[in-house]
Design a protein around this ligand. Structure first.
Ligand code: SF4
Length: 764
């Protein structure tokens, strides 16, 4: 295979002409380039619709082109002219479609009509909405117990849909809320709730304009939050520091050519998005922060000894924190050999990064999946918070903690009640609102829902969006379990593999997209709301005609199913299903933090949902911010790999032409891979170590010892600048190698960034 075919020089910078070409391709591919280009002018605008992509914030006074390349892909993908009609399903059996790729399935276009699976013909067949609602109600009410049903939520669901959904599901009698955040930022939620009393970041977008230093950790914004590149570039341009900690050298974290900078584009220029770049090994970040904390404490000791001004913010530590002494003792007792071995960085590198922290007044730390998809992600994030407490870098301008969410409303869904272990305050308020008792026992998250499907105790699966069957670990095993259920229901805009594992009774229910107009029965245009990573809640109103006259909003679909299943004695589902303002009033009654929700969200750019921790108010049991309690543990995955031939720690990640399990295209131009997804990125020295060459085909075998063979076969070797012993590849393909039994302590998040595998020569 020649270098020129699939593996070529990666682009020099993120963004740039490559982004414009890709945007052009996506708009042409949608079949409606002109109207979709017009649609983009309303993307992320105050009077427009929210990007169905990631959850990066919108500037107060943004530009007319307030979107990135991946935002365009998301819009063009949704606003395609292609349609999946009943005729399509009549032509293609479910068994045939199961053999199609993720890309080919979604590329067929928008679903247009409610469909029910006919096991006799192995085809989906069109039904009316009422038939669908009644059929689902019959199957749900036929369950022996409501806990036999799993109700999944994708982070694309609006606040209104998510709130109505949790109302329906709790009234149905269960707290089984497996949720996409269980697979992404759950560890952030758990750790931050322990450390600062709320599971959310504490910074606003404007804080990036005031920070002296930004640590960007375990995150690839170039692909997953592209507008963040403009913020990082601005930090560097004004002489502040951006220090990256990432196993991989990601293009977006080195240079960015801003397509909105005309002169720069003409001269083919770009600007740096970072000033310092360190490459810990997979899972090594806790050790890095432990090491940096050690350097800061030793610097404090020297300052005290030499009578120099303090390095630590003693006033903050004294007034606002607990656990400082015990944590300091652990840090001081942690030896450098352990830190260097586990982090994969040298003491000098860690000391240099810590010095940046000491020299900076205002510091923000951002992170994503590179931190949250490990066994020890919760203690790692506690360590990050503890490090930031040392100089009071929280709850003041230009400083704070920022888990950057990958799905446009994943944070909002949790806020409005999508939570298998909901706080008593929410259930109390819901019971007061509804006047009936609600289930109080803890429900299932994703890992537990998978367990229930595999042991047969789950009998029904209902998905509010998403592609559960492909997003989860051990995806084939779970997909087969889905096919054994009594009921599967998927609310979706496009066809995906999750729909092709039908239960005995199965429905696919097509909903309106974010770009489309939703009118109530009075003909008025409706808006939904979302909450971004900065806790900003803003409105989103579609501008395009629906892809089909049959489509209903997520809210109406949930109201229809709920009414058919539960009746309307307790809740007037028709009224709520027809009027999002009514749902927002209900949210405001149940969650006072929303205040006068309908009025507040109609302000320019919406409103900030108050985060007490960013005002140094700590809703922790102690009423104080809490330093970490865990010592640096040995990383089991690295112990397994040590001394083993051809054995590596694998991380799964997205290509640049991908959004979660949605594959927009087959290229990954920031990594130099074109037209190919079955690839393994590996250090050139490790390629020699396995006696292979660039371009060779290999098999990657899972090493989890539970008797199940996990294998990805015939993947192409791609030499890449990655630390020895670490390898990387794309999900969902490589979710096959992630055991469903290995998940983060306390977070239950699949350990998709630290999977132990072996590479073997390919057996055709
Ligand atoms: S940065 Fe995220 S939210 Fe913004 S346009 Fe891009 S994908 Fe959409």
């Amino acid at each position: 295979m020649s270098e020129s075919d699939n593996i070529r020089e990666p682009s020099k910078a993120a963004g740039g002409w490559g982004a414009l070409k890709s945007v052009g391709r996506q708009l042409m591919g949608s079949g409606a380039p002109v109207s979709n280009a017009r649609t983009l002018l309303k993307l992320n605008q105050a009077d427009g619709f929210d990007c169905p992509g990631c959850a990066w914030g919108d500037p107060e006074h943004g530009s007319s082109f307030e979107f990135c390349e991946n935002g365009v892909k998301a819009v063009a993908w949704e606003a395609t002219r292609a349609r999946v009609t009943p005729e399509f399903f009549a032509k293609h059996s479910v068994s045939e479609l199961q053999g199609w790729t993720d890309y080919d399935l979604e590329h067929q276009g928008r679903l247009t009509q409610p469909m029910r699976y006919n096991p006799e013909t192995d085809h989906y067949e069109a039904v009316s909405w009422q038939e669908a609602f009644d059929g689902i109600a019959t199957a749900l009410n036929a369950l022996d117990h409501p806990n036999q049903a799993e109700f999944y939520t994708s982070g694309r669901a609006s606040n209104e849909a998510a709130f109505l959904y949790q109302t329906f599901v709790r009234l149905f009698g269960t707290n089984n809320f497996p949720d996409c955040s269980n697979m992404c930022h759950e560890a952030s939620g758990v750790a931050l709730t322990q450390a600062i009393g709320i599971g959310k970041g504490t910074v606003l977008l404007e804080d990036f304009e005031k920070a002296d230093l930004v640590f960007c950790v375990g995150q690839n914004p170039g692909t997953n939050h592209p507008r963040m590149l403009a913020s990082l570039r601005e930090v560097v341009e004004r002489g502040a520091q951006v220090c990256v900690l990432n196993t991989l050298k990601e293009k977006g974290l080195t240079r960015f050519a801003d397509p909105q900078e005309k002169l720069e584009m003409i001269r083919g220029g770009s600007e740096p998005t970072s000033t310092h770049y360190y490459r810990p090994r997979l899972g090594g970040d806790m050790a890095v922060f432990r090491g940096m904390s050690k350097v800061v404490l030793e610097a404090e000791d020297r300052a005290q000894a030499e009578g120099r001004p303090a390095i630590l913010d003693h006033a903050f530590i004294r007034q606002h924190t607990t656990g400082f002494d015990a944590w300091c003792a652990m840090v001081r007792a942690t030896d450098w050999d352990h830190i260097e071995d586990q982090s994969g960085l040298t003491r000098d590198e860690i000391t240099a990064a810590a010095q940046l922290y000491i020299d900076a007044e205002r510091v923000i730390t951002t992170w994503a999946m590179g931190i949250t998809q490990h066994l020890h992600s919760v203690p790692t994030i506690r360590e990050i918070a503890s490090f930031m407490f040392l100089r009071g870098n929280i709850g003041r301008e230009g400083a704070g903690l920022c888990p950057v969410r990958g799905h446009s409303n994943v944070q909002g869904d949790r806020t409005v009640g999508i939570n298998e272990k909901a706080p008593a305050a929410l259930l109390d308020a819901m019971e007061k609102e509804l006047g009936v008792p609600l289930p109080r026992e803890k429900g299932h998250n994703v890992a537990q829902a998978i367990g229930a499907m595999l042991d047969g105790s789950a009998r029904a699966f209902f998905a509010l969006g998403g592609n559960f069957a492909r997003a989860v670990p051990d995806s084939t095993l779970v997909a087969q379990a889905l096919g054994r259920l009594d009921l599967t229901v998927n609310i979706a805009t496009k066809l995906n593999h999750g729909h092709l594992m039908p239960g005995k009774v199965s429905y696919v229910l097509p909903c309106l997209g974010r770009t489309e107009i939703d009118r109530n029965s009075r003909g008025e245009r409706q808006m939904v709301t979302v909450e971004d990573s900065m806790s900003m809640v803003h409105g989103s109103g579609g501008i395009n005609l629906p892809a089909s006259k049959e489509l209903l909003s997520e809210v109406r679909i949930i109201a229809g199913v709920a009414k058919a299943t539960l009746g309307s004695e307790v809740v007037d589902w028709d009224a709520l299903g027809d009027d999002n303002d009514k749902i927002r009033d209900m949210i405001a009654r149940v969650l006072p933090a929303f205040g006068d929700f309908n009025k507040a969200v109609r302000q320019h750019r919406g409103f900030w949902l108050r985060n007490p921790a960013s005002e140094r108010e700590w809703n922790t049991p102690s009423g104080l911010a809490s330093f970490g309690e865990e010592d640096l543990r040995d990383l089991t995955e690295w112990q397994q790999v040590k001394g083993q031939q051809a054995t590596f720690v694998l991380q799964t990640f997205r290509s640049h032409d991908q959004y979660n399990t949605t594959i927009y295209g087959m290229d990954d131009r920031y990594r130099g891979v074109y037209g190919l997804r079955e690839v393994i990125f590996i250090n050139p020295a490790d390629i020699e170590g396995i006696d292979a060459e660039a371009g060779d085909l290999v098999d990657i075998i899972g090493c989890h010892d539970d008797g199940r063979l996990r294998a990805c076969r015939g993947f192409r070797v791609v030499p890449y600048d990655i630390p020895r012993g670490c390898i990387a590849g794309y999900y969902p393909e490589m979710n096959e190698l992630v055991p469903h039994q290995t998940y983060g302590d306390q977070s239950f998040t699949p350990t998709s960034k630290s999977v132990v595998v072996r590479i073997e020569r390919h057996q055709p």
